[in-house]
Write a protein of this length. Structure first.
Lengths: 164, 770
């Protein structure tokens, strides 16, 4: 069995290919081969959510997703949310404005799950939102302002009045 | 307009929201060697031998180093400032690797390899033979005669014992008619659980050692690495990039000394040492589990006549921050609820558990749990309302502590409690919930705490910083008090803008990354000190910088120095507010003057010889499902008097995080050890129950802003205080709901099942049928 395999995929809108160690996680590939360091390592066993990325639009802990499974997939990391001219997306700006960031280590993973939530176009209840975001651990914020940032952005995108 | 007191967005917000912020691991050069540690799988033993041959034969393994290879240079790890008084120096009980294994997870060897896989394989291939020794996990069992001994220098496993005496306790308790309220209160071993694990990398450069580390205390780490390696301290350069949280764990030399030594063993090649989550739980630091025994003697009118407090602090295997934590816990009692006759004792005791160090609150979450549990029991023994009893007995306005020099200038406690009671709707709900009799019952609990700001007079308090006037009129700012997620850099930017007279906090460029070769010496992030202590040196350095700017402006404008001011980035004439020149014009003119070129900078050190009381309280409302043994926090509020807020939004956010930690401390978090082997059983984020998004109600953070008179900016401690009073408030709310007083945390379903059964609230029909 060859230890390396050529993996083609689309990362943040760009078609790419690299030889990848078949034992490597998607986290390893994104960090080491593509220098996408927003993908953070907090546990490497799928407990904390810091390494979360979108794969074909769906949030995954990339630490327990093999790099070779990325063949043919569309992968998005936090680096891909910013517009080409350096403008932050609404959810990134909301994290800043709502003071939802402290040490910043869980932030990339959270924002990518938020992106999945927002792109669904659905209006979730508070309980649903909490459950959808509960795959991420944060020790700084008590989740309070993260919740506000996501909820406010969801309402804004749907053109609805916020009820806090 | 004021630059402080405003909810500005974080100076590092954009980079953190876009994912470009670099933490230590993002800066490791390609090709760095991997260091992996062999941790002992036994709680107490001597290493007889380590067979490294199989590991060394693995392709990619570069070097194996064991406890038999390390220098015999014992070093201390606590993140305290060095003391010139040998009697006040930290206990040097550590080696880089240990022949005497003192806990399950101790470090006995390392494998250095070209890649991660080889390093891990190498560790698994090491064959360690041990001569096992008996071990002890419980703090009081470790004090018994005949208990297994951990350190030769500390007979009976006692690291230290101190006491406090006030009045005459023994005589006071003979007063007729006193009511005795006695309890044993147990707090668990918990871990900081910052989402970024500790790690570092090291390499040699021109014969010196550079270590880039996820630490809160770069300047202190430089000293410890020097001590551990027997090198002059200036041979060591520590670089601290952004870090993913610390909460005190990284206020300790963790693996920087070992990593630094490893690079010297492979010819100065870059080596990386990354802790896994499992290593972070067991082989970094934990919070001290402290057991308290409290006896309170009450008069019928609700006055506390005498109090006895005994504190038994479980230090684990190594001294780390040691006795300072329980000493602080014990010291809180006589000030929190002052009474005339007190007898307090504290012991710090070695056991075969992971080493306990600093963790957010530094003894106060433990003390607050015990004190506020006992005080609640006192109120109930008298039939008094919980809030009223506290109002009657808590530290009064004007209270002065001779040792710290602290004064309770305002009536902060009562103001905080009044605000908390109003938010939670205390009186109405107390009445309403008292009628609950079914399976689901509701209750309200209150708890309070106090906290010192910074560490004066116990240790040195010093802060240095440098300000540089840039050619565009902005200021670059550096100091040794680190950003660890709390928002210190943003607070500094606001204070510097205010003190210098800049237009916006955005005109201050805070160099977040400390480099001990370049950054003015500071002590780092701990003791909720950064904003308070940096405030002194910021004001002082800003005055020096302003003096230089105005002197130069005097040359350029011919106006007297005393008749000029700097306002919003402009030099103005005071008498008529006429704008004279901008800081940009001044900086350009001064720098490019062909005859008298001037680069305008200022740097100074301030030795802080003040401390400040920080106060607060928690009110919690819970719903207890008795048959399910389940507690739901329905409503919770923290109210803090941390002086004037520099940035209200950041302050509020910091309180949320502390409240979350306190909820975990009260209800779910604990590191569990196997009694038979001493092995930690749940050192991972799945089995260790950290609060998730689903475990909190809305977290309400409120403030009473009494300006702290000693601070140039009227501010005082906030970093740690939010973690202190939440757990006892929840405990007291459960007591209010069910009548069952639970004297240990976490109050999880296992504990509730036992306690509710004992109280006759639930009956185990299944067992009875059996």
């Amino acid at each position: 069995m060859s230890q390396y395999k050529l993996i083609h995929c689309n990362i943040n809108g760009k078609d790419v290919e690299k030889m990848v160690d078949v034992r490597a996680s998607l986290t390893d590939m994104l960090r080491n081969e593509y220098h996408l360091t927003s993908v953070k390592k907090g546990c490497e066993v799928g407990e904390c959510g810091a390494c979360n990325v979108l794969i074909n639009g769906e949030a995954f802990n990339s630490c327990i997703y093999l790099a070779v499974w990325a063949e043919g997939k569309r992968i998005r990391t936090l680096e891909g949310l910013m517009s080409p001219d350096g403008e932050l997306s609404d959810i990134q700006q909301a994290f800043i404005d709502e003071t939802a960031i402290q040490c910043g280590f869980c932030t990339p993973g959270f924002i990518m799950t938020a992106a999945e939530i927002l792109e669904s176009g659905k209006l979730y209840t508070d309980d649903e939102l909490r459950k959808l975001l509960s795959g991420h651990l944060c020790r700084c914020t008590g989740y309070e302002n993260i919740f506000r940032a996501v909820k406010k952005t969801m309402y804004r995108r749907l053109g609805k009045e916020i009820d806090f | 307009m004021n630059k402080v007191g405003r909810s500005e967005v974080r100076v590092d917000g954009f980079d953190k929201a876009s994912g470009r912020t670099k933490y230590y691991e993002d800066r490791i050069p390609a090709g760095a060697l991997y260091v992996r540690i062999k941790h002992a799988e036994i709680a107490h033993a001597m290493v007889r031998s380590i067979d490294t041959s199989t590991a060394e034969a693995i392709p990619g393994v570069v070097k194996v180093l064991t406890c038999f290879d390390v220098p015999d240079l014992p070093f201390p790890t606590a993140g305290h400032p060095w003391s010139m008084d040998p009697g006040h120096q930290d206990v040097a009980d550590r080696h880089l690797l240990n022949r005497h294994v003192r806990y399950w997870g101790d470090d006995v060897a390392v494998v250095i390899a070209e890649n991660e896989v080889a390093a891990n394989q190498g560790v698994r291939a090491l064959k360690v033979e041990y001569d096992p020794l008996p071990f002890v996990l419980d703090v009081q069992k470790a004090m018994e005669p005949g208990a297994p001994q951990l350190h030769e220098r500390f007979p009976g496993n006692i690291l230290k014992h101190t006491d406090l005496r006030k009045g005459d306790y023994q005589a006071a308790i003979r007063e007729p008619g006193l009511i005795k309220v006695e309890g044993w209160y147990d707090t668990p071993t918990v871990q900081h659980c910052h989402i970024e694990n500790h790690g570092c990398f090291a390499y040699e450069e021109n014969g010196r050692i550079v270590v880039v580390s996820s630490t809160q205390i770069p300047h202190i780490i430089r000293r410890v690495v020097g001590q551990a390696l027997g090198r002059p301290w200036a041979d060591i350069e520590i670089i601290k990039p952004y870090i993913g949280g610390g909460f005190g764990n990284k206020q300790d030399a963790l693996y920087e000394p070992l990593c630094a030594w490893c690079t010297t063993q492979v010819g100065g090649r870059c080596v990386r040492l990354d802790c896994s989550r499992e290593e972070t739980f067991v082989s970094n630091r934990v919070r001290h589990a402290i057991r308290f025994h409290i006896v309170t003697w009450l008069r019928k009118d609700g006055v506390i006549a005498a109090r006895k407090v005994e504190c038994f602090s479980n230090q684990g295997a190594y001294a780390s921050h040691g006795h300072s934590i329980v000493a602080k816990a014990m010291g809180s009692f006589p000030q929190h609820y002052p009474c005339d006759n007190m007898e307090c004792d504290a012991w710090t005791v070695f056991t075969n558990r992971p080493a306990a160090g600093a963790m957010r609150g530094y003894g106060m979450p433990q003390a607050s749990f015990a004190d506020e549990s006992n005080i609640e029991d006192c109120a109930r023994a008298l039939g008094m309302d919980s809030y009223e009893f506290r109002k009657k007995n808590i530290m009064p306005q004007g209270f002065h502590d001779g040792f710290s020099g602290n004064t309770n200038y305002y009536d902060s406690y009562r103001q905080c409690m009044a605000k908390g009671a109003a938010y939670i709707d205390y009186e109405r709900k107390k009445k309403e919930f008292s009628h609950d009799t079914g399976d689901i019952r509701r209750g309200i609990g209150v708890a309070t705490f106090w906290y010192n700001t910074a560490v004066y007079p116990i240790s040195l308090e010093t802060s240095s910083n440098r300000m540089q006037l840039n050619l565009d009129g902005t200021v670059t700012f550096q100091c040794g008090e680190t950003e660890i997620g709390q928002g210190a850099d943003t607070a500094y930017a606001q204070m510097v803008a205010e003190a210098v007279g800049l237009k916006s906090y955005r005109d201050v460029h805070v160099k977040s990354c400390q480099d001990t070769d370049i950054t003015p010496t500071g002590l780092g992030a701990y003791a909720s000190r950064q904003t308070y202590v940096a405030g002194f040196s910021i004001r002082q350095t800003a005055d020096i910088l302003r003096g230089k700017i105005l002197e130069r402006a005097c040359q350029e404008t011919r106006q007297a120095v005393g008749n000029m001011d700097i306002v919003d980035g402009m030099i103005v004439r005071k008498n008529d507010d006429a704008p004279l020149m901008s800081l940009k014009e001044l900086a350009m003119t001064a720098q490019y003057d062909p005859v008298h070129s001037q680069h305008i900078t200022a740097e100074s050190t301030y030795t802080i010889r003040n401390n400040a009381y920080s106060f607060g309280c928690t009110f919690a409302e819970v719903e207890v499902d008795i048959p399910l043994c389940k507690v739901t926090v329905k409503n919770i509020v923290n109210v803090h008097d941390c002086g004037k807020l520099i940035n209200p939004a950041l302050a509020e956010a910091q309180v949320h995080g502390g409240m979350s930690m306190a909820i975990g401390y009260g209800l779910s978090e604990q590191l569990i050890f196997d009694e038979k082997t001493g092995k930690p059983l749940n050192g991972n984020l799945l089995d260790y129950k950290l609060s998730t998004f689903m475990d909190h109600p809305h977290l309400e953070a409120e403030f009473v802003e009494n300006a702290e008179p000693t601070s140039p900016f009227g501010t005082k401690a906030l970093g740690e205080p939010p973690a202190c009073s939440g757990a006892p408030a929840i405990r007291n709310a459960i007591l209010d709901a069910t009548g069952v007083a639970i004297d240990r945390t976490p109050i999880n379903p296992h504990v509730l099942f036992a306690e509710f059964t004992k109280a006759g609230l639930i009956h185990d029909d299944w067992r009875e049928e059996e």
